[in-house]
Design a protein around this ligand. Structure first.
Ligand code: ADP
Ligand code: MG
Length: 225
């Protein structure tokens, strides 16, 4: 689905990530960990094609990102659901419309999708909040809303950057369950987190791989978590 081969990224102050090779096979569930500032979000952006590797190669659905046109990238992104670290909602729109945004942006008939939208809100436990504005939601509700928006287009891949940032452990567990359900549906999942407790929780429930960023390199972590 997504593959990096000897990829590097440099914002201008030297390489932040070097010689990164990883492969997200269909249906796999990966965690990406490492200290704050290690480059987790940067690596997620390479996967989402928000950034282009400054050396080496990134392939998304088999295509070398460097050879993709804007249209190719837009099309590939429709198959990738993303939960941004900062959620990024439009503050003036009620929750239902925020979650429907990817549908309206891609020209779909939102009215016709109302049933699906309600089902999705119910799935994340926010069916009673469809008219709430983003700022009226709690941190955990916003994170669940962000996950609902990420999957509204039925993506093959879900990238979640710190999906449990600022929520308590009960809510983390709830979000994790949603991610596990998506993985069981066959979706390829990559979750960036510095929360080792979350990774341990996941490990006891489902088959995951843990990638760790250390000294600019990404390594597959052993059983020592
Ligand atoms: N747009 C940018 N320009 C320059 N430096 C950046 C930019 N975005 C992130 N960085 C730097 O890259 C490093 C890694 O950031 P990030 O990928 O967000 O790490 P993490 O998600 O692991 O905390 C940080 O030192 C950060 O300041
Ligand atoms: Mg980050």
């Amino acid at each position: 689905m997504i593959e990096l081969q000897n990829a590097a990224y440099n914002y201008g102050g030297g390489e932040l990530l070097s010689e990164v090779s990883l492969k997200l096979a269909p249906g796999s569930f990966h965690f990406l960990t490492g200290p704050s500032g290690a480059g987790k979000s940067t690596l997620m952006k390479l996967c989402y094609m928000e950034l282009t590797a400054t050396a080496g190669q990134a392939r998304v659905f088999g295509n070398d990102v460097r050879n993709m046109t804007r249209d190719d990238i837009a099309e590939a992104r429709r198959r990738i659901g993303i939960v941004h670290q900062d959620c990024r909602f439009l503050d003036h729109l009620p929750l239902m419309q925020n979650i429907a945004l990817p549908l309206s942006v891609s020209g779909k008939d939102v009215e016709a999708e109302k049933g699906n939208l309600r089902e999705l809100l119910k799935w994340v436990g926010l069916d009673h909040q469809e008219n709430a504005l983003p700022q009226e939601l709690s941190g955990g509700e916003r994170q669940r809303a962000a996950l609902a928006r990420a999957v509204i287009m039925a993506p093959d891949v879900v990238l979640a950057d710190e999906p449990t940032g600022n929520v308590d452990s009960e809510m983390s567990q709830r979000l994790l369950q949603l991610l596990i359900e998506l993985n069981k549906m066959g979706k390829t999942i990559l979750v960036a987190t510095h929360d080792l407790a979350l990774i341990r929780m996941a490990k006891s429930q489902v088959n995951i791989r843990v990638l760790r960023i250390a000294n600019r390199r990404v390594q597959l972590a052993g059983a020592d978590l």
